[in-house]
Design a protein around this ligand. Structure first.
Ligand code: GLN
Length: 201
């Protein structure tokens, strides 16, 4: 049986993630309604604008059922705004912003500074990519970083150069995986491949 992977489709980089997953052989389903959460093997929460996504999740009555699925162990991968949605705590959130939560981390929105809206860096992530693999070209777009992590969170990637050196940008806790950067814009599918392996366990 092919995996069926949902892509949360209320806002953001939906098509790009679906394309990446399909190129790896997964069947994708765009998720806008609660019943579309049923029978998924995993779900991707794309980058976009976390405050808007939060509002739309509530408006589409997706927030509580999606929270329940995540608590029940549905594998999820959050990129950028998707990382913010998975975080238990958010710094620089808007007043009424809520998250789905589950990932015991504190993230800071737009952490890399407002002048530097986006930047790129080669990131090696041996646990994600394998010991001897080429680094991933990580594209950060008004990205959050992970300011602190709880005891059960595995840090899988940190920035190595520049003013943000040492900042945590890839994390995993059980069924939840998140990156600050956007892997769907580079044509390198190894991050999605890692997530698909998570969904098969
Ligand atoms: N800055 C956005 C937010 O707070 C995230 C940006 C992105 O997903 N590229 O939601």
């Amino acid at each position: 049986m092919k995996s069926v992977i949902g892509v949360l489709a209320v806002q953001g980089d939906v098509r790009e993630h679906a394309r990446s997953l399909e190129s790896l052989g997964a069947t994708t389903r765009l998720v806008r309604r609660p019943e579309e959460l049923d029978g998924l093997d995993g779900i991707v929460l794309p980058g976009g604008e976390s405050t808007t996504m939060d509002k739309l999740l509530r408006a589409f009555e997706l927030r509580d059922p999606l929270r329940e699925k995540l608590r029940a162990g549905l594998p999820a991968y959050g990129s950028c705004a998707g990382m913010i949605l998975l975080a238990d705590r958010v710094l620089d959130a808007t007043a009424d912003q809520e998250t789905l939560g589950g990932l015991d981390v504190t993230v800071r929105r737009n952490a890399f500074g407002r002048q530097v809206d986006s930047f790129e860096e080669d990131l090696s992530m041996p646990e994600v990519l394998g010991e001897s693999s080429e680094p991933v070209r990580a594209v950060f777009i008004r990205a959050p970083w992970v300011e602190s992590v709880g005891p059960d969170v595995h840090v899988l990637g940190t920035v190595t150069t520049g003013p943000a050196a040492g900042r945590i940008v890839v994390v995993r806790q059980g069924n939840l995986f998140a990156t600050s950067f956007h892997p769907e814009v580079t044509g390198d599918h190894r991050i999605h491949e890692y997530f698909l392996r998570m969904t098969r366990r």
